[in-house]
Design a protein around this ligand. Structure first.
Ligand code: PLP
Length: 217
């Protein structure tokens, strides 16, 4: 596949469901990918990237940011509070706000640092014990708690269970966002980003369909 084809498919699906193609931001998920592949995608003009580990991102993105202007980095993996400061210095957007302790840490650090990344709350729509995210029933309270700390919640994020129909999860995420007055919806990956766009995704996180399979060996 590759970047051009994914952009095409995003635009086609957006138009099909009566949305402006620009209303969907493509996050190219570069985790684990070799630097040559990431560089090739930067050369093609892509500037919005996602990483799921703070350490890995810190190892590769400062150098790319020096060479390519306008890079926007999104953290899409779980964040430990002891890595929050580093994450806030490196990332423009954090998609994985999911517990009060992390919210309090980010609120405190944003005063100290004088800036705060854009924030999404991760919702564990499938209520899977091994997955991060607030439970759907606790989402409203958590969002309120974040707001009470002075944090602006731009969107919600979910990762549906692998073996379930994703559209039900996307619909649930959208419902939670609507009743909390939240516009951003980070949902959809290589296998289901078109379904997510039809359900209102504002951010799709696409890795392997752009870069090729990840090699963990
Ligand atoms: C890895 C990852 C993706 C991208 O997955 P692909 O199937 O390769 O598109 C999206 N979102 C999150 C949270 C991820 O960890």
């Amino acid at each position: 596949m590759g970047l051009a084809e994914i952009r095409d498919r995003i635009a086609t699906e957006a138009k099909r469901v009566g949305r402006a193609p620009e209303s969907v931001t493509l996050i190219a998920v570069s985790k684990v990918q070799p630097n040559e592949r990431v560089e090739a995608v930067l050369m093609e003009g892509q500037r919005v990237f996602g990483e799921n580990k703070v350490q890995e991102a810190a190892g590769k993105w400062p150098a790319f940011k020096e060479r390519f202007e306008g890079v926007e980095l999104h953290l899409i993996g779980p964040l430990q509070t002891n890595k929050a400061r580093q994450a806030m210095e490196l990332f423009d957007v954090i998609h994985t706000m999911d517990r009060p302790k992390l919210a309090r840490t980010i609120a405190r650090l944003s005063e100290e640092l004088g800036h705060c990344p854009r924030l999404f709350v991760q919702v564990n729509t499938g209520e899977e014990p091994q997955k991060a995210g607030v439970m759907p029933a606790e989402a409203d309270d958590f969002i309120k708690e974040c707001r009470d700390l002075g944090l602006v919640i731009e969107g919600l994020m979910c990762i549906p269970p692998a073996e379930e129909e994703p559209s039900l999860h996307f619909a649930l995420l959208r419902k939670i966002a609507e009743r909390n007055g939240i516009e951003g919806l980070s949902m959809g990956m290589s296998g289901d980003f078109e379904t997510a766009i039809a359900q209102g995704a504002t951010h799709v996180r696409v890795g392997s369909a752009i870069f090729g399979e990840r090699d963990y060996s």
